[in-house]
Design a protein around this ligand. Structure first.
Ligand SMILES: Nc1ncnc2c1ncn2[C@@H]1O[C@H](COP(=O)(O)OP(=O)(O)OP(=O)(O)O)[C@@H](O)[C@H]1O
Ligand SMILES: [Mg+2]
Length: 293
């Protein structure tokens, strides 16, 4: 399989939905019959636990893959650390000791390309590799962006509380400076979104209608918030080629507890349908839609 697609999920702020989006997009791609690898590059190991794997029970992880580049550490290939999960998605798991890798990386020149080189070894085995990155602008995010063909930036309603698009442009500026290349602003996902006109989104629809009747004061505030988010949404649409809005959905938390993506647990939920659409957009972008499904 030569036409592999590698996607990094990134945003420097914590809790914007990177891991959730990575796992759920992976789930739909897997359901479409694709061979999918999720690479957990976050010491928090949320993608690992989110796929039902206990980091503490692992003998090898991405820590060993990164440390291979340093003298005195065993030669561990990424294929040695990959485990299969209940969903059918393969996982290159993370453990907390990944934290210890970053200081080492600063000591070598080609620190940004370690992950790319490791993934080159397993490219033939997968149709899609999805990389989950931590909330920082550190070496793991940089490694993810260097290895990826596409970047998915996840944004939540709180992302814009302080500096809005200004902060986002700054991140791209930083990356451009560090990598000497532009980050492809292909996809943005607005997660837990309540600003869309879609009546199914967030507290819209019937819930909002009832609030308007029974609690006009809080409804006015909510209306204001929705207006604010709508304005940001249109700003985001100017920057990214495709923007998706994933509504708040309690099913997301439940799926994570089950160690399964939403595609394998609650595909008909509002969030599930939107993640389905995102996976389809990725398939179409790379012309893989009807291929060997
Ligand atoms: N659409 C959604 N509906 C409801 N809850 C959601 C939704 N998307 C994400 N969440 C919840 O929001 C929290 C943060 O999501 P997630 O862990 O995916 O963010 P993250 O960007 O990976 O965080 P970190 O920066 O810490 O890695 C999680 O508890 C997740 O269950
Ligand atoms: Mg995460």
């Amino acid at each position: 399989m030569l036409d592999i697609t590698i996607v990094a999920f990134a945003h420097h702020k914590g809790g914007t939905g990177k891991t959730t989006s990575c796992l759920n997009v992976a789930g739909y791609l897997q359901k479409d019959g694709k061979n999918v690898l999720v690479v957990d590059c976050d010491p928090q190991a949320n993608a690992t636990t989110g796929l039902g794997v206990n980091p503490e029970a692992l003998e090898l992880s991405m820590y060993d893959v990164f440390m291979t580049v340093f003298e005195g550490f065993p030669d561990v290939r990424i294929s040695d650390v990959i485990v299969s999960t209940a969903s059918g998605i393969d996982l290159a798991p993370a453990t907390l000791d990944l934290v210890g890798v970053e200081p080492y990386l600063y000591g070598i020149e080609d620190r940004a390309g370690v992950l790319k080189e490791a993934l080159d070894q397993v490219k033939d085995a997968y149709d899609f590799i999805l990389i989950d990155t931590p909330p920082s602008m550190g070496q793991f995010v940089i490694n993810g962006l260097v290895a990826a063909d596409h970047t998915v930036v996840t944004l939540d309603p709180g992302t814009f509380a302080l500096r809005g698009m200004e902060a986002l442009s700054m991140v791209f500026g930083d990356v451009r400076e560090m990598l000497g290349k532009d980050v492809a602003t292909d996809f943005a996902i607005l997660t837990r979104w309540k600003g869309s006109d879609d009546p199914a989104a967030g507290s819209g629809g019937l819930a909002l209608f009832l609030k308007r009747i029974f609690s006009p004061a809080s409804s006015a505030e909510e209306e204001k918030e929705r207006e604010r988010l709508k304005a940001f949404e249109s700003e985001v649409r100017k920057v990214f080629k495709q923007v998706f809005t994933v509504p708040y959905s309690p099913a997301i938390y439940e799926t994570q507890q089950q160690g399964l993506p939403i595609s394998h647990y609650a595909p008909e939920s509002g969030a599930g349908r939107e993640y389905r659409a995102i996976a389809t957009a990725l398939l179409e972008r790379d012309g893989k839609h009807d291929e060997d499904v």
